[in-house]
Write a protein that binds this ligand. Structure first.
Ligand SMILES: Nc1ncnc2c1ncn2[C@@H]1O[C@H](COP(=O)(O)OP(=O)(O)OP(=O)(O)O)[C@@H](O)[C@H]1O
Length: 259
C-alpha cells in the first residue's frame, strides 16, 4: 500500500478558549492534488500552519516520508522540503522576480572571507529563476529583472507558485491561490497547479472556490469544527454535496477514502 508523504494524527491547536484543531487527522498521498475545504473558522489555516511550521501544535504528531517530524518554524519546514504560498504572497514588490524567488536563500559566489562577505551570484540566480519559470510555462514573464509590483495578480501568483515548486522538493501548499484573480488568471494558476503535480510534487490546495476544487483535486479533505470530517473524490459527489457536508446540512460519508 502506498504510504502518505505527509501525515498527521490527532493534531490539537488551541488559541485561549478556542480549539482550532480538535484531534485532526490528515493525509497527503504522493503526487496528488489534495484540496482542503471547510467553512470559515473550521480550522483549515490552523491545519496548514501546523503542517508548515508556522504554528506549533499543542498535541498530535506529524510524519513526513514516514519519519516523525516537529517543525520549529516555517524555515525548518522549508528545510524539510515543504513550501507554503500564503494568501498574502510574502513578496517584496519593489524587488525583481529573480530576487523574490530567492528571498532568504540567495546564491552567493565563493568567497575567501567566510559566507558573510560573499557576493550575491546574480547571474546564477537569474538563470535558475528563468529556468524555473520556463519549466512551468510562465513564458509571459519576459524580464526576470522586472519588479514584482509591475506584474499582474496572476503573474505574481505564478512567481509564488514557481518559487514554491522550485524549492518545495516534497510538498507544496497553496492557500487560496485564485482568490484575488480574474477568470483568465485563475485558469493559468490552475494549469500551473497541474504542471507542478505532473512534475511529481504533491499539492495541498486550500480553497473556497468549489468549481476550482472540483476541477483540479484528486481528493478533497473536508474540514469541519477543527477536524477532518471525511475525504471524498470529486467524481463521486457533487459540489452541493461537498458544501452540505462542510456545513453539516447533510451527513458525511464515513471513513476517509483511501488514495
Ligand atoms: N491567532 C489566533 N488567535 C486566536 N484565535 C485564532 C487564531 N487563529 C485562528 N483562530 C481561531 O481558530 C479557529 C480556526 O481558524 P482558522 O483560521 O484555522 O480557520 P479557517 O478554516 O482557515 O477559516 P477561514 O476559511 O475563515 O480562513 C477560528 O475560530 C479562529 O478565530
Amino acid at each position: 500500500m502506498t504510504e502518505p508523504i505527509l501525515k498527521a494524527r490527532n493534531l490539537v491547536k488551541r488559541y485561549g478558549k478556542v480549539t482550532a484543531l480538535d484531534h485532526c487527522d490528515f493525509e497527503l498521498m504522493p503526487g496528488e492534488i489534495l484540496a482542503v475545504i471547510g467553512d470559515n473558522g473550521a480550522g483549515k489555516s490552523s491545519l496548514i500552519k501546523a503542517l508548515s511550521g508556522a504554528v506549533q501544535p499543542d498535541g498530535g504528531e506529524i510524519w513526513l516520508d514516514g519519519k516523525k517530524v516537529e517543525f520549529a518554524s516555517p524555515l525548518d519546514a522549508r528545510a524539510h522540503g515543504i513550501e507554503c504560498v500564503y494568501q498574502t504572497l510574502a513578496m517584496s514588490p519593489a524587488l525583481s522576480i529573480a530576487d523574490n524567488m530567492f528571498m532568504g536563500r540567495e546564491l552567493r559566489k565563493p568567497g575567501i572571507m567566510g559566507s558573510l562577505f560573499r557576493k550575491l551570484d546574480r547571474p546564477a540566480m537569474e538563470k535558475f529563476a528563468r529556468e524555473k519559470l520556463n519549466e512551468l510555462g510562465l513564458m509571459t514573464i519576459q524580464n526576470i529583472n522586472q519588479a514584482v509590483e509591475t506584474l499582474s495578480g496572476g503573474q505574481r501568483q505564478g512567481v509564488a507558485v514557481a518559487r514554491a515548486a522550485a524549492f518545495g522538493s516534497k510538498v507544496v501548499i497553496l492557500d487560496e491561490p485564485t482568490a484575488a484573480l480574474g477568470v483568465k488568471e485563475s485558469r493559468r494558476v490552475l494549469e500551473l497547479i497541474r504542471d507542478v503535480r505532473s512534475r511529481g510534487i504533491p499539492i495541498i490546495l486550500i480553497s473556497h472556490n468549489m468549481p476550482h476544487v472540483f476541477e483540479v483535486a484528486d481528493r478533497i479533505h473536508i474540514h469541519r469544527l477543527g477536524k477532518r470530517l471525511c475525504v471524498i473524490r470529486p467524481d463521486d459527489y457533487t459540489m452541493s454535496d461537498a458544501v452540505a457536508f462542510m456545513t453539516g446540512a447533510k451527513e458525511a460519508p464515513g471513513e476517509p477514502m483511501a488514495a
